[in-house]
Design a protein around this ligand. Structure first.
Ligand code: ZN
Length: 135
């Protein structure tokens, strides 16, 4: 993966809304698009309902992947929020990063966060921050 991730502004706006909607738990969802631009967001319920972890239920993932297939977009990212801590990947995030080719977006709902949205590539336990380019 190159070190730039391109994403539509309205998808970023929606992600931030999702993160701020209920700061008592991590928000989560998938991102999709085509031609190297993320243009669609699939918000998911956090199956763990936790402020420090998230999981998307298998049946929800299945529905999202089917929807992506039928609308001819590719899975390009996963997002979640860290309501309480720094929005950098946690050890659990690295351990649970099962999609090496996608961008992992992590959001902070806190108004004082220096960078409320960051993106990372997580591959074989190695983290690299990606530059977010709004298109
Ligand atoms: Zn996390």
């Amino acid at each position: 993966m190159e070190d730039v991730v391109r994403i539509r502004g309205e998808v970023v706006t929606r992600m931030i809304e999702e993160a701020r909607h209920d700061p008592s738990m991590e928000c989560c969802g998938l991102l999709a698009g085509r031609d190297a631009v993320i243009s669609a967001i699939f918000p998911a319920p956090n199956a763990l309902a936790s402020p420090t972890a998230f999981e998307i239920a298998p049946e929800v993932l299945f529905r999202f992947f089917r929807h992506m297939h039928s609308s001819a977009v590719d899975h390009m990212g996963i997002y979640h929020s860290h309501p309480t801590g720094d929005n950098a990947p946690s050890p659990r995030d690295v351990e649970c990063a099962h999609y090496p080719g996608v961008a992992y977006f992590i959001l902070s709902p806190r108004p004082d966060a220096p960078r409320p949205i960051r993106a990372f590539s997580i591959r074989d336990g190695r983290i690299a921050e990606l530059t977010i380019e709004l298109v």
